[in-house]
Design a protein around this ligand. Structure first.
Ligand code: ADP
Ligand code: 5GP
Length: 205
């Protein structure tokens, strides 16, 4: 059995992480998705337990104190974190799990799980990023400026990731990511049991 792969995707707010990951999940339902916990307010249409677990700051602090989060970060004034148990369970079961998280959280995951697959999704340009964020219509003027200001610093961290993918067309970005995942499935460190089996075969010959 192949080991499960932790797939982590970051990129500035508005790049299209959610859009590309939705398509990836649609085309690859075998990949589990890590639902993050957050203290931010739900946006119209977002559901608790589907898009995020929406928690109070008190509940979130309790989760940190009890070691229930794989990583957490304060992003644009709210807390976001990855519930740990589901990630560990899926990987143990040999399944891939997708995390869509910010750069601070990603750098922490790189420390504890360096064997993960780290992908940075880039916008085609900063102008296009601003247009997408505005077009999404979810941000106030202040929050829009805050997210655009943070984008440049976040993009500087792209060199810490193994792969960079430009989200020009959603379908192309999804296909590139799916191809990267497929290639990573052939990593020798994820296929130890296959190699061990062949070793037995050689010894028995
Ligand atoms: P993120 O999750 O990175 O914050 P979203 O997935 O919410 O970004 O995308 C931000 C906005 O940009 C949305 O309105 C989305 O429909 C749009 N968008 C995403 N990808 C593309 C693309 N490749 N081309 C044009 N618009 C896009
Ligand atoms: P949004 O509020 O637009 O849904 O997300 C804001 C930022 O928080 C995005 O960059 C998103 O990737 C990040 N984020 C979402 N979930 C998590 C998480 O579990 N941990 C961390 N560190 N960041 C997250």
């Amino acid at each position: 059995m192949r080991k499960g792969l932790l797939i982590l995707i970051s990129g500035p707010s508005g790049t299209g992480k959610g859009t590309v990951c939705d398509l990836l999940r649609q085309k690859h339902p075998e990949i589990s998705y890590s639902i993050s916990a957050t203290t931010r307010q739900p946006r119209p249409g977002e559901q608790d337990g589907v898009n995020y677990y929406f928690y109070t700051k008190e509940k979130f602090r309790e989760m940190i104190a009890q070691g229930q989060l794989l990583e957490w970060a304060e992003v644009y004034g709210n807390f976001y974190g990855t519930p740990k148990q589901k990630v560990l369970d899926r990987l143990d079961a040999g399944e891939d799990i997708l995390l869509e998280i910010d750069t601070q959280g990603a750098l922490n995951v790189m420390k504890v799980m360096p064997e993960g697959l780290f992908i940075f999704l880039l916008p085609p340009s900063l102008e296009e990023l601003a247009a997408r964020l505005k077009g999404r219509g979810t941000e106030t003027e202040e929050s829009l400026h805050r997210r655009l200001g943070a984008a440049v610093d976040e993009i500087k961290l792209a060199t810490k990731y193994r792969y960079v993918v430009v989200n020009d067309k959603v379908e192309d970005a999804e296909e590139t990511i799916a191809n990267i995942i497929e290639a990573e499935h052939h990593r020798s460190d994820l296929n130890e049991s296959l190699l061990a089996k062949l070793q037995v075969w050689k010894e028995n010959k």
